[in-house]
Design a protein around this ligand. Structure first.
Ligand SMILES: *Cc1c(COP(=O)(O)O)cnc(C)c1O
Length: 581
């Protein structure tokens, strides 16, 4: 109890995210956004940052993907046992959604950092007997249901979450909205600021009081990706008073309530998730100041056991100090090569278990795993199938491992998966093996990014806000071949950390550049100059692993977003609240 009380006093940053990848056994995330949130919290715990996080329970989990022999995807819910995995909290809060009272309870999970510092995550849950059956299911499905369901969920996360923090005795001074899903927390703060006066009485100074406490990270590079709701939905679900206030304060866009505009309007600091994404966001929202803080990954979570052992031998404090990964430049090439071979064997074994296909460790292996959204172009590698077959034959063989889920409603994404699986069967021969692994999730992601020889990334520009799987690969000494979008613009040094696919207006043009790199540079290097290949693996770790991690990222949030005043005040007293355990 005393420990928790002090945790509450210390928690000055409240982090809200619709999804958080907390543990492989908890299906509470769908992909990149959730993994980033989890990695952020793991690094915040390592740095002893006084932070508390909120999300929804997602009792039915994100879906498990099944692929049949023809590549047809079917989905299954993944209910998980929150009662046995999380700690129940006493307080409840009640908010009004669609005119009905909805009571919310919370479950806690603690993230423990390398130094023992704890960050509590509260999972909000509406599955209480006293709630209307329509509301008991509100915290069941991540990104499930229709627009109404989503808006109700966002009310639970934003408004319910802000109220729950109070009920749990937290008094945060910074509220961080990880993507627009959490934007409704601002209306809860505005209502609190008014001490019971009607929302209509909110003026610029009330808004400013809320703005001073709010920070917003946008992750979406295209307007269609931002959550939007009709005025009717907003009136019905949030009520006319809140709807009118949002309208009056400029949070409607093209006649729709836009979560991104709410967050922009109410945040004193806004950032995109890579340099390029900052630029794209400024062009999309020219009336706002938008900074960039490039994403990262949690280094200890995303390095294979063999690579971790190599780091432990050479940079024993790398878990506390990710920058020391820069000194990987001093690890003998053979050690990195040996560690990577172990990771590759573990991956090959997993592929054999899951598919029956026996891959060969000496064959060059490409990995491609991500959400099967069409803009990611998982079939770009197959633009000229004969050329792929020919290069595999001429250079010594090629293995390609795919994985990725399509959102259940994304028919074009599902069609892409079918196409890759059809081609895999069609092209299979002694020199070329292509496998598609079903149900891409955390552990598979770790095996793949650790075990392949090259990480391939082919999004259509500028749709990739950041991308993080290539960062996981880099930490494991796996270079990328990627379109110059998202983080890769910053991480790319040709021939040192990987290779860039040249920009072109057409898919065919970009595919041609992809093939040229494989035929002329990458395959010859791998098969005929292993010494140079090992040096590339090593520089990939030293240059990109030491930078594209969530420890560096969260330090930038501290400097620029959470406590910008501490840039000037370096006294121990000023730093104490941030760094105190
Ligand atoms: C890292 C990761 C992602 C995000 O990868 P991107 O490169 O950003 O697409 C998605 N899903 C899983 C399971 C991951 O491990």
């Amino acid at each position: 109890m005393t420990e928790l009380a002090s945790a509450q006093e210390r928690s000055v940053v409240a982090y809200f995210s619709m999804e958080i990848a907390v543990d492989p056994s908890m299906p509470t995330y769908s992909g990149g956004l959730g993994v980033l949130a989890g990695d952020t919290l793991r690094s915040a715990a390592d740095l002893s940052l006084p932070l508390v996080a909120l999300t929804l329970a997602h009792r039915k989990g994100y879906f498990r993907q099944h692929l049949d022999a023809n590549g047809i995807q079917t989905e299954e819910t993944q209910p998980w046992d929150i009662e046995s995995q999380l700690t129940a909290e006493k307080p409840t809060v009640t908010i009004v959604v669609e005119g009905r009272p909805v009571t919310i309870r919370a479950w806690r999970h603690d993230v423990i950092g390398v130094t023992g510092h704890t960050i509590p995550i509260y999972f909000l849950d509406t599955n209480l007997e006293r709630n209307d059956p329509r509301d008991r299911i509100l915290t069941d499905h991540l990104y499930g249901g229709d627009g109404d369901y989503r808006l109700r969920q966002e009310a639970v996360l934003g408004i319910g979450g802000a109220r729950m923090l109070e009920a749990l005795d937290y008094r945060p001074i910074v509220y961080h909205m990880n993507e627009g899903h959490a934007a409704l927390l601002t209306i809860a703060l505005l209502e609190k600021q008014l001490f019971g006066s009607p929302l209509d009485s909110a003026d610029e100074s009330t808004v400013e009081a809320v703005r001073r406490r709010c920070v917003f990270t946008t992750h979406t590079p295209v307007p269609a990706g931002h959550d939007r709701f009709s005025a009717d939905q907003s009136n019905r679900i949030l009520g006319p008073e809140r709807t009118h206030t949002f309208e009056r304060l400029g949070c409607f866009h093209d006649g729709l309530l836009n979560m991104t505009y709410i967050a922009l309007r109410f945040a004193r600091y806004v950032n995109g998730v890579a340099m390029q994404h900052g630029k794209v966001s400024r062009a999309m929202f020219p009336e706002y100041r938008i900074d960039a803080i490039t994403n990262g990954v949690h280094a200890a979570t995303w390095t294979s056991p063999a690579i971790q052992a190599a780091f432990d031998r050479h940079m024993p404090r790398w878990r506390q100090d990710n920058i020391s990964l820069r000194y990987a430049i001093d690890i003998p090439e053979e050690e990195i090569e040996q560690a990577h071979r172990e990771s590759k064997l573990a991956l090959i074994e997993a592929v054999k278990e899951r598919t029956g296909v026996q891959l060969r460790p000496e064959i060059f292996t490409i990995g491609f795993a991500r959400r099967a959204a069409t803009y990611k172009r998982c079939d770009l590698l197959f633009t000229e199938p004969e050329r792929l077959v020919k290069m595999a034959h001429e250079h010594g063989g090629l293995q390609v491992i795919y994985s990725g889920k399509a959102h259940p409603a994304d028919e074009p994404g599902k069609a892409k998966i079918r196409r890759v699986i059809e081609l895999a069967k069609e092209l299979d021969n002694a020199d070329l093996t292509i496998v598609y692994l079903e149900n891409y999730e955390w552990q598979l992601g770790a095996l793949l990014t650790g075990g392949v020889d090259l990480w391939l990334n082919t999004p259509k520009r500028p749709y990739e806000a950041s991308g993080t799987s290539g960062m996981k690969a880099a930490l494991n000494g796996v270079p990328s071949l990627s379109i110059l979008d998202g983080w890769w613009i910053e991480g790319w040094i040709e021939g040192v950390t990987g290779w860039a696919i040249a920009d072109h207006d057409t898919d065919e043009g970009e595919a041609a550049s992809l093939y040229e790199h494989l035929e002329q540079v990458i395959l010859p290097l791998y098969y005929t100059d292993q010494n140079q290949w090992k040096r590339i693996m090593r520089s990939t770790i030293a240059l990109n692993g030491s930078y594209f991690n969530t420890q560096r990222m969260i330090e930038q949030y501290i400097l620029n977003a959470y406590f910008p005043e501490h840039r000037r005040d370096h006294s121990a007293a000023a730093l104490e609240p941030i760094l105190a355990q």
